[in-house]
Design a binder for this molecule. Structure first.
Ligand code: SF4
Ligand code: SF4
Length: 82
């Protein structure tokens, strides 16, 4: 991950509202299934996903809404307990 992207991700996690941090579910990506299409990154309403070698999840930004799960064409994303 590039340095600026790392800092952006860290800043987003620091600024995440407490309500989001308390969400019991968080998205996780299976790198074996991910084809790096970028759809999830574009549709995430909280900008919690980052396209790198695979998709990374900013876990304190994700609120577990599941929109990325519904849109991923390869079923690479699932919601898990934090
Ligand atoms: S939508 Fe699925 S396949 Fe596409 S980048 Fe996201 S996790 Fe990977
Ligand atoms: S579950 Fe919702 S908030 Fe979390 S990464 Fe997916 S679309 Fe974004």
């Amino acid at each position: 991950m590039k340095l600026n992207e790392t800092r952006l991700m860290e800043a987003r996690e620091r600024l995440a509202p407490a309500a989001i941090e308390r969400s019991p579910l968080v998205a996780t990506v299976d790198p074996e299934k991910c084809v790096r299409c970028g759809i999830c990154v574009q549709i995430c309403p909280h900008r919690a996903l980052y396209l790198q070698e695979t998709v990374l999840v900013a876990v304190h930004v994700c609120n577990g809404c599941g929109e990325c799960v519904d849109e991923c064409p390869t079923e690479a994303i699932e919601l898990v307990d934090r």
